[in-house]
Design a protein around this ligand. Structure first.
Ligand SMILES: [Zn+2]
Length: 329
């Protein structure tokens, strides 16, 4: 077990893990160590040291240190056993593949003005939110070669659905949102910037509620249908917004939403002409009531969703007014 664990930690070095999760450190001393802000506690002066040779960290701020397993225990609130299982999962080919793919797409975004233009058109302009959500772009045509260079077999690419039967990038000309659960990508959501069918997910679970780790502690949660709704609301400062990607909640998403009885859920689904969004919101609110939660339905002007509402010129205060005028079914 000990030797096995050592090998496991070498396969995903601590520094690489941290960098993948957007930790930045600068070299100190002779360059044998890196220092940056501690991911485990709030601080403004860097006191988190990483020694890549020893594969260890130590924080002078909160006094905690150890190896990657210890870091996973502390940052994800997992037991030792679950941390090891999590690490093993991270190293499975399909988990690694999705990480590499999302990183590739993210890099492409700034290189393709048509994608940035599309985001602007959808009202998404804050680089910090775009970065935080890990939004990328699939230009088409380059992914397969990139992933083959990294050693992935065509068979695996076909199996995960990243590459279509014709050998091309299945997400071609789509803006991409990685769907993470506990910092691990479970799926990719693609929104076409052209005339192709607008939505695409890989043929696997869509995972839990979007960005649930950052929203779950809120006593008041806003639930929306689409990721652009979420992105625009985050941009406007409504960071307690989560998304089910559609109006249908999976069993996991349902369990997440009701894991605290003190939670109030404001449902802001699309105001569809055919009433589909409104009916789904009503059904969900009833279900949440029966489960003992406070659920309210937020009405936007006819035909609008949160994204189009802001695009039509609404301000933060206008949305707050909608939240205040909610109806309890
Ligand atoms: Zn610390």
């Amino acid at each position: 077990m000990g030797e096995d664990l050592e090998r496991l930690k070498q396969r995903l070095p601590l520094l690489e893990y941290l960098q993948r999760h957007h930790w930045t450190g600068r070299p100190v001393g002779t360059g044998s160590e890196f220092v940056g802000l501690c991911p485990l506690h709030e601080e403004t002066h860097p006191s988190f040291y990483v020694n890549p040779h020893k594969n260890l960290f130590y924080c002078h701020g909160c006094g905690r240190g150890g190896d990657l397993i210890r870091f996973l225990e502390l940052s994800l609130h997992l037991s030792f056993r679950s941390s090891v299982a999590y690490l093993r999962e991270q190293l499975t080919p399909s988990a690694q593949l999705l990480e590499h793919t999302a990183a590739f797409y993210q890099l492409q975004l700034s290189r393709h003005p048509e994608a940035v233009h599309y985001l602007l058109q959808r009202g998404l302009r804050d680089p910090a939110v775009i970065e935080e959500l890990g939004i990328g772009f699939a230009p088409g045509g380059k992914l397969r070669a990139h992933l083959s260079d990294l050693g992935y077999s065509l068979e695996l690419l076909l199996q995960t659905g990243l590459i279509g039967p014709q050998g091309s990038d299945a997400f071609c000309r789509r803006v991409i949102f990685p769907c993470r659960q506990n910092h691990r990508i479970l799926n990719l959501y693609g929104r076409s910037i052209g005339t192709a069918f607008p939505h695409r997910l890989l043929p696997r679970s869509k995972g839990g509620l979007f960005a649930w780790e950052s929203v779950r502690h809120c006593s008041h949660v806003i639930l929306v249908e689409g990721l652009f709704d979420l992105a625009v609301l985050w941009q406007e400062g409504f960071r307690n917004t989560t998304c089910a990607i559609g109006t249908h909640l999976t069993p996991l998403q349902w369990d997440q939403l009701r894991d605290s009885q003190n939670r109030r859920v404001d449902i802001v689904f699309d105001q569809d002409d055919n009433q589909a969004g409104q009916q789904a919101a009503l059904a969900l609110a009833h279900r949440l009531h029966l489960a003992g939660l406070t659920a309210r339905i937020v009405r936007l002007p006819a035909g609008q969703d949160p994204n189009s509402f802001f695009l039509a010129g609404a301000r933060r205060a206008d949305f707050i007014r909608c939240l205040e005028e909610v109806e309890s079914p």
